[in-house]
Design a protein around this ligand. Structure first.
Ligand code: F6P
Length: 343
């Protein structure tokens, strides 16, 4: 078989581990030839590629980022994009493409599969918002990094009797905020799924601090939404996939907390720190299992499918079931940890 592989969307720890697993499985088990496309679907559209083999992938497992590069290029939004994808597949005689991506890349993959492009998907994103899988590659590392950062904020917050607002990524979902907030003992967690009232947040903080010298951590997902009419946020820019470019709500929240409570507040925006660096052991394992399963799916001609983790085993899921709607933090989980106030 001749196999293409690409990484699209925002990078995350574990992408290289997935590429390595695809290449090893394809070459060692099936004697496949593998073409790596640069910068996601852009590389396919422009036929920008590199030949991959086991040798080229040595040492990749613990490295963050993606050796193939990535972009948010959407073939459906580029002139003749889809025709160019077909032409590249034809030129290389490709039998399948493994697309490693999040909601945007996998949505494009789903539409391409419906047009007859032989795609198999692997879900990655630190946001963990892809349906059909318990976890996406990168999420576990992001939670770990955020937890360690919040642990550090605790000690400085306590020394100064301050409120520390920590903004984490999570455009539409609060998986990172909730998990890291819980793991690090935050006082408040603000999620996109549960619009917040800053006045209620401030009351809670004031009650805590009225008990004496006390520090509070407020974890806010970048996509958290104030209840209508409670707090003004600047309008975000929009990318090719109609995604909002966020970041900065933490500063607005911290300012408002200072104004309403007279407590000293500081903000830390973790942002892309959560996407960088070496993947956790869990993400290396997940990426490796997904890579192997995706190559097996390609050989079974299970196109239009994605591999996903479901209760411990790796299963094939139709891309159509995985994309379209985001995997939100369920109400039961939010209320199970007391929705807004974690102490
Ligand atoms: O990959 C998802 C994500 O990390 C979101 O949490 C965030 O809003 C977005 O990517 C940021 O993307 P960019 O790298 O384009 O700033």
């Amino acid at each position: 078989m001749r196999l293409g592989v690409l990484t699209g969307g925002g990078d995350c720890p574990g992408l290289n581990a997935a590429i390595r697993a695809v290449v090893r499985k394809a070459e060692v088990t099936y004697d496949d030839r593998i073409v790596g496309f640069r910068d996601g679907w852009r590389g396919v559209i422009e036929d920008d590629y590199v030949d991959l083999d086991v040798e080229r992938c040595r040492g990749l497992l613990p490295k963050g980022g993606t050796m193939l590069g990535t972009s948010r290029t959407n073939p459906f939004k580029v002139d003749d994009g889809v025709a160019k994808v077909f032409a590249t597949i034809e030129r290389h005689g490709l039998d399948a493409i493994v697309a490693i991506g999040g909601e945007g890349t996998l949505s494009a993959s789903r539409s391409l599969a419906e047009l007859g492009i032989p795609v198999v998907g692997i879900p990655k994103t630190i946001d963990n918002d892809v349906n059909g899988t318990d976890f996406t590659i990168g999420f576990n590392t992001a939670v770990q990094v955020a937890t360690e950062a919040i642990d550090r904020l605790h000690t400085t917050a306590e020394s100064h009797n301050r409120v520390m607002v920590c903004e984490v990524m999570g455009r539409h979902v609060g998986w990172i905020a909730l998990n890291a907030g819980l793991a690090a003992g935050a006082a408040v967690v603000l999620l996109p799924e549960d619009p917040f009232d800053i006045a209620v947040v401030c009351d809670h903080l004031q009650r805590r601090h009225a008990k004496g010298r006390y520090a509070s951590i407020v974890v806010v997902a970048e996509g958290a939404k104030p209840k209508e009419g409670t707090l003004e946020l600047p309008p975000p820019e929009i990318d090719q996939y109609d995604h909002e470019r966020l970041g900065g709500i933490g500063s607005v929240v911290a300012q408002e907390i200072e104004k309403l409570t007279r407590l000293e507040a500081r903000v830390t925006i973790l942002g892309h720190v959560l996407r960088g660096g070496t993947p956790s052991a869990f993400d290396r394992m997940l990426a490796t299992r997904f890579g192997i399963a995706a190559v097996e799916a390609a050989h079974d001609r299970a196109f239009g499918m994605m591999v996903g983790l479901q209760g411990g085993s790796v299963e094939r899921v139709p891309l159509a079931d995985a994309v379209g709607e985001l995997k939100l933090v369920p109400e039961a989980l939010m209320s199970g940890v007391s929705r807004l106030f974690l102490d």
